[in-house]
Design a protein around this ligand. Structure first.
Ligand code: PMP
Length: 380
């Protein structure tokens, strides 16, 4: 029998199964997990009645979809309102909303670099940054994790455009980037700094204004931020924040903005609802950090190895990929949903459980989650 064009897929699937690395979709049956420490709903806003009403009102008024790309029919007054409010809240001159945080990173990286440019990209950066670097056609140097001196050495001497890019809070271990030191290096080397604040917005900075606010870099003329609206704001979508001339440049050149349908009005409405709630209830940001610290302290007191969280992500070491999968499944069976990171999603090959702190978790729920993770831990 001649080989068919997709036979190689079966070979790959077998190799994945042998390595215990098969991924499966598990549709949620219930609207909410019993005890959810797996989602990115850091402030507990995604099901907040003000957020869901804002989404429904926006859909009723503007329609189920944006109807076209932003430059044709897909920009509504609601998109403009969200851009104004996001920029003002985070302390930047202007903002541009895109259909996801992934698209925002691709937009910023491709529009601000290009052939002949040099990018210094942290080894722990999110996949969307990795892909943005590839798509940009710039030369990309992957620099050691959280190492401003390595960034300096990389950027020094390059004559063309240069840019350093980092997550503000790394999605695997929950540690924060040394933003102030990176900004100083970029300033000295004449490079732009691009910061993905997906995990900082709503958690870090004054009242959740983000990691750039916390680092005193909000509105800096040489700094651009990307955001997702899908974590703290309880919605979906992404944004780029920066100087007005940078945002205008993206409107004119960023392909993931120009050729993509605008963000659905319901998502725009939900994000505005989430943002307004956060402005009114800034204590939610501090509570998310307090919950993260309590989880970390409970887990380490139970003898587990965890990374001290800088924001709302708490990472716990697992002895192997198999053990991590079983551990997460046992937690779920015991009523606590936790995330599980394993190769190839982890750059260093070390598998982890990933617990996300939610501002609306009670002390009793935190204690229950810690006890479940402890009780189900693999024996080493
Ligand atoms: N950057 C980081 C650091 C992320 O964790 C994520 C999402 N998991 C994204 C970007 C992509 O955002 P979105 O899900 O809105 O595409």
């Amino acid at each position: 029998m001649p080989a068919t064009p997709f036979d190689w897929i079966d070979d790959e699937a077998r190799r994945r199964a042998d390595a215990g690395l098969v991924r499966r979709l598990r549709p949620r049956e219930a609207e909410a997990e019993p005890l959810d420490l797996a989602s990115n709903d850091y402030l507990g806003l995604t099901r907040h009645p003000e957020v869901t009403s804002a989404a429904a009102d926006a859909a009723r008024r503007w329609g189920g979809g944006a109807t076209g790309s932003r430059l044709v029919t897909g920009s509504t007054a609601l998109h403009a309102e969200l851009e104004r409010e996001l920029a003002a809240f985070c302390g930047f001159e202007a903002a541009l909303v895109l259909s996801s945080g992934y698209a925002a990173n691709l937009a910023a990286l491709t529009a601000l670099t290009g052939r002949g440019a040099l990018i210094a990209s942290d080894a722990g950066n999110h996949a969307s940054i990795v892909d943005g670097c590839r798509l940009s056609r710039a030369e990309t140097a992957v620099v050691p994790h959280a190492d401003p001196e390595a960034v300096r050495k990389t950027l020094r001497g390059h004559g063309g455009r240069k840019l350093a890019v980092t997550d503000s809070v790394f999605s695997v271990d929950g540690d924060a980037a040394p933003l102030a030191a990176l900004a100083a290096v970029c300033r000295a080397e004449g490079a732009a700094l691009l910061v993905d604040d997906a995990h900082g917005l709503g958690v870090l900075g004054e009242g959740g204004r983000g990691a750039l606010d916390a680092a005193g870099l909000a509105g800096d003329a040489d700094v651009v931020a990307t955001l997702t609206l899908s974590k703290s704001l309880g919605s979906q979508g992404g944004a780029v924040l920066g100087p007005a001339r940078v945002i205008d440049h993206l409107v004119n050149t960023a392909r993931t903005f120009i050729f993509d349908t605008g963000l659905a009005p319901a998502a725009v409405g939900a994000a505005l609802g989430g943002l307004r709630l956060l402005r009114r209830e800034p204590e939610r940001a501090l509570r998310a950090r307090t919950v993260a610290t309590a989880l970390y302290e409970g887990l380490t007191a139970a003898g587990l190895t965890a990374v001290r969280p800088d924001a709302a992500v708490v990472s716990v070491r697992a002895p192997s990929a198999d053990a991590a999968v079983r551990w997460a499944a046992d937690c779920r069976t015991a009523g606590t949903a936790v995330g599980c990171f394993r190769p190839p999603s982890v750059p260093d090959g070390i598998s982890r459980l990933r617990l996300t702190a939610r501002a609306d978790l009670t002390d009793e729920q935190i204690a229950r989650a810690v006890e479940t993770v402890r009780r189900t831990a693999p024996q080493s």
